[in-house]
Design a protein around this ligand. Structure first.
Ligand code: ARG
Length: 461
């Protein structure tokens, strides 16, 4: 049997393998809701402009409602021979209402239809992802408020740097996910043009009202160029690029959770709800969810590359290559939504061991920079020299198996005689973290203020 939708000039049916490679219904069936929505907007426009009669428009629209109900009830039968979601729906429409169904496809092509459906889909996904990102930010900001004064070591190169607070650490991620939301929002703005029914050849053009369909579908305007309308997938690429960066952020947080919950760090613990056991080593609590979130970055960034490679080198306008746009987008955005939900769950579940964090914050001479700053501020020693003196004090502590705050004043003075008792105030990790009060600093008062500002803003969203 030749394809009933386009087989007019074909005598023989496609090879089995042709159908196998050509059909997209197995994955694009998830566009059904958007396909019906766009078709209803289109047929309303056809009716309003007199391209079809109002009666015909009503009949078609009613048939589409029936299909919608069948989809919702799960009784719709998808057929591979009909290739994709567009032809499956149109063919069912013909079964339901007869030949008038054929008028739905007036003045549009599958190429603009799929571009429209896909834009609508990605637009909805961006909205869901934005909500997911906001939830995660809220969870992190709440954690920041709770742990505003929890002292922890800061790290660079994963080596102990200066003392920080856990709240401050959480707020760094709130900023990162905030930028992700900005990227998605920006992508959604450019996405929001309707590619539906662009005039193909001026001679044959129907008096379509593209403003009407654009408005009905919530687009800001129709696309300006008919070739660009059907061959552009920037909106999908931009969503994948934003998703890749968000996934990279999730992965960094996931990695930190893996580190913090390891017995070697012992900074935090996930409850049984977010841990798994080992089938061989009974003592283990594995952070599988964090590891999987960390790993999802691979498929999400991979999807971006996959679509970029599909699109590169395609001559204008549509080519069937572009059917390969959907699976990477579906897979990547699904993975991102799952990763966000799992991370939000973990952040809420995480309890920190404040004592262990504080202990670690005092290790490795973490207040050495504070000591150098003290030398600069109190004794007016140039920073480079202060750095050098501090290095010698650290070496002294190391040789005695001590930390900085347990060195006696006489010991410190053996390196720099001008040092006074007052220095001990900056050698304690907690007072060090508290001392960084300027904008963007680690001090608990800062963290509380920033966390509250975020929570207020996020609850308004
Ligand atoms: N299933 C196709 C896709 O996803 C729809 C457009 C097909 N157009 C065509 N002329 N064969 O891209």
């Amino acid at each position: 049997m030749t394809n009933t939708m386009w087989g007019g000039r074909f005598a023989a049916s496609p090879a089995e393998i042709m159908e196998e490679i050509n059909a997209s219904i197995d994955f694009d069936k998830r566009l059904w809701r958007h396909d019906i929505l766009a078709s209803k907007a289109h047929v309303a426009m056809l009716g309003a402009t007199g391209i079809v009669t109002p009666g015909e428009a009503d009949q078609i629209s009613g048939g589409l409602d029936t299909i919608q109900a069948e989809m919702e009830a799960g009784t719709f039968t998808f057929t591979r021979a009909l290739e994709d979601i567009h032809l499956n729906i149109e063919s069912r429409l013909a079964e339901l209402i007869g030949p008038v169904a054929g008028k739905l496809h007036t003045a549009r092509s599958r190429n603009d239809q799929v571009a429209t459906d896909f834009r609508l889909y990605v637009r909805d996904e961006i909205e869901t992802i934005d909500a997911g990102l906001a939830q995660l930010q809220l969870g992190l900001a709440a954690k920041a408020l709770e742990e505003a004064a929890t002292v922890m070591p800061g790290f660079t190169h994963l080596q102990t740097a200066q003392p920080s607070t856990f709240g401050h650490h959480c707020l760094a991620y709130v900023e990162m996910f905030g930028r992700d939301r900005g990227r998605f929002e920006d992508a959604a703005k450019r996405l929001n043009e309707s590619p539906l029914a662009p005039p193909r050849s001026p001679a044959r053009a129907f008096p379509s009202d593209r403003d009407m369909t654009a408005k009905a579908l919530g687009f800001a305007r129709p696309t300006a160029n008919s070739l660009d309308a059907v061959s552009d997938r920037d909106f999908a690429l931009e969503a994948l690029a934003a998703a890749s960066i968000a996934a990279m952020h999730l992965s960094r947080l996931a990695e930190e959770i893996v580190l913090w919950t390891s017995p070697q760090f012992g900074f935090a613990r996930l409850t049984d709800a977010f841990s798994t056991g080992s089938s061989i080593m009974p003592q283990k609590r594995n952070p599988d969810a964090a590891e999987l979130v960390r790993a999802k970055t691979g498929r999400i960034a991979g999807a971006f590359q996959a679509l970029l490679m599909v699109m590169k080198g395609l001559p204008l306008a549509y080519a069937k290559d572009m059917q390969e746009d959907k699976e990477p987008v579906f897979d990547a955005l699904d993975a991102l939504k799952l990763g966000l939900a799992a991370m939000t769950g973990m952040v809420g579940d995480l309890t920190v061991d404040a004592k262990a964090m504080k202990r670690a914050a005092g290790h490795e001479y973490s207040t050495a920079t504070d000591l150098a700053d003290w030398l600069v501020q109190t004794l007016n020693i140039p920073f480079r020299e202060a750095h050098h003196i501090t290095g010698r004090i650290v070496a002294l502590a190391e040789s005695k198996g001590s930390d900085l705050k347990r060195l006696s004043l006489a010991e410190i003075q053996s390196v720099e005689p001008r040092v006074t008792e007052g220095v001990y105030a900056v050698l304690d990790p907690a007072s060090s973290a508290k001392s960084r009060k300027s904008q963007g600093g680690t001090a608990p008062a800062n963290v509380r203020r920033e966390a509250k500002r975020w929570i207020k803003r996020l609850e308004k969203d």
